[in-house]
Design a binder for this molecule. Structure first.
Ligand code: NAI
Length: 425
């Protein structure tokens, strides 16, 4: 039991019950994890393994941790963002046999890394990350663990970028699966999950409508596509900013206005960054913005909106609503930042993260990734690896079966035709 969390709560028992209720609700809508859990319970594939996790600790992640523990692993988990933890879920998870949770909402940097260290003190043999903080910490502060770590799984685009950069420098010393890069993850989670959850978090946090608003989406990658599509579906006018010509062209051909942020800054009512890059919205943009704009980030780190520059520009700042910080400029304009510029779908006080069904897919991929490491980990060299495609298909098949969707299959002639290069006109 991680006492730190329990100490934080006024009434630990009630908090645990509430956390458990949230987990049970999520579980009812996670047929992929349910199916994998049944197999894991029967086969105990993770007996003797220690799985260290740094992820957004809310109900869906808790179901993943519980599923891995059901397979015989000892699980130690903490958050991957200081604002995305649900303390009641963390407490409920901590009460699950085989699981220790160190995640706490609202911790400062020091406590955030203390919790990561606490996970690593369990000496994990497998790491599961969302953003790469755990794997970085192992390499920088716990290199002695590398010898016994079989490998790890990384959930998000930014984490995979970090790992690939590390790999290119020859600095990644154990195998990591790029879970983000599987179709079952990024085509659903990044697109639909980020789109739906970001818009609903912004709407609930502000109580404002999308209809007729001009929404500026920074970046038209997987997340940006989802945000733009869902905003357009809510009757907003969408402007996209990009730096990659083909992505800009895709957005243009979808019918969105595409322009530099310098031009979009004066037009937008709501700004949502989804680039995984830094300084997408900066001082020269703030200077042009209209009174009352909303500024939100859905990229992994809180570096996309330059809040230091906004603070410098502001003559006053105050909490306008829960999760909304107003920055007042000297001419009276107010620019409203949601969730301190952190992942808006996870870090406002009422954020729930992605819809449950979407995370069932992402975490189904995580679970089969962990299973692959235990079963065949010695076949993978240090470095970033794609998850084998048959494992991703396995997750898709479980989901289709759970939803009662049937599909065709290739017959022998079709398979032979598809594999041949000799057929022409
Ligand atoms: P992606 O690589 O598909 O898309 C990013 C896009 O941003 C690219 O098209 C790139 O050209 C563009 N971009 C980069 N710098 C830019 C700039 N200065 N201005 C305009 N556009 C710029 O990545 P993906 O999968 O869409 O992920 C984006 C971010 O969202 C990452 O940090 C990822 O980790 C995070 N993410 C967040 C989730 C959430 O729950 N909010 C879920 C999944 C991913």
């Amino acid at each position: 039991m991680a006492d730190r969390i329990t100490n934080l709560l006024d009434d630990p028992e009630t908090a645990r019950e509430e956390g458990r209720r949230k987990m049970d609700w999520a579980k009812q809508h996670m047929p992929i994890l349910e199916s994998l859990r049944e197999d894991f319970e029967a086969d105990q594939p993770f007996g003797g393994e220690v799985v260290g996790m740094a992820m957004h600790v809310e109900a869906k992640t808790a179901v993943l941790a519980e599923t891995i523990a059901a397979g015989g692993a000892e699980v130690a988990i903490t958050g991957c963002n200081p604002l995305s933890t649900h303390d009641d879920v963390s407490a409920a998870l901590d009460a699950v046999e085989g699981v220790t949770s160190y995640a706490e909402r609202g911790v400062d940097d020091e406590a955030y890394y203390e919790a990561i260290d606490a996970v690593l003190e369990h000496e994990p043999t497998i790491t599961v990350d969302d953003g790469g903080d755990l794997v970085m910490r192992v390499h920088e502060h716990y290199p002695e663990l590398i010898e016994t770590i079989i490998g790890g799984c990384e959930e998000t685009t930014t984490g995979v970028h970090r790992l690939r950069a590390m790999d290119d420098d020859g600095a990644l010393d154990y195998p990591m699966f790029a879970v983000n890069d599987t179709p079952m993850k990024h085509l659903f989670d990044n697109v639909h999950g980020t789109g739906e959850a970001s818009l609903s978090s912004i709407a609930m946090t502000t109580n404002l409508s999308w209809a007729s608003k001009t929404v500026v989406v920074g970046g038209y990658g997987y997340c940006g596509k989802g945000v733009a599509k869902k905003a357009a579906g809510q009757n907003a006018n969408v402007i996209v900013t990009e730096v990659e010509p083909r992505r800009a062209l895709e957005a243009h051909m979808e019918g969105y206005d595409v322009m530099p942020m310098d031009e979009a800054a004066a037009k937008g009512d709501v700004f949502i960054t989804t680039t995984g890059n830094r300084d997408v919205i900066t001082r020269e943009h703030f200077e042009q913005m209209q009174d009352g704009v909303l500024l939100a980030n859905a990229g992994h780190f809180d570096v996309e909106i330059n809040l230091d520059q906004l603070s410098d520009l502001a003559v006053d700042t105050y909490e306008a609503r829960d999760g909304v910080q107003a920055y007042e400029l000297d001419d009276g304009r107010r620019l409203n930042v949601l969730a301190e510029g952190r992942l808006v779908n996870l870090a406002t006080p009422i954020s729930l993260g992605h819809p449950v069904e979407v995370m069932d897919q992402s975490f189904g991929v995580q679970a089969v990734g962990v299973r692959e490491l235990v079963e065949n980990g010695d076949e993978y060299e240090a470095g970033v690896h794609d998850l084998p495609d048959d494992l991703d298909r396995e997750v898709a098949e479980i989901k289709l079966a759970a939803d009662g969707v049937e599909l065709d299959s290739l017959n022998d002639e079709q398979r032979e035709y598809m594999e041949s290069w000799q057929h022409g006109t």
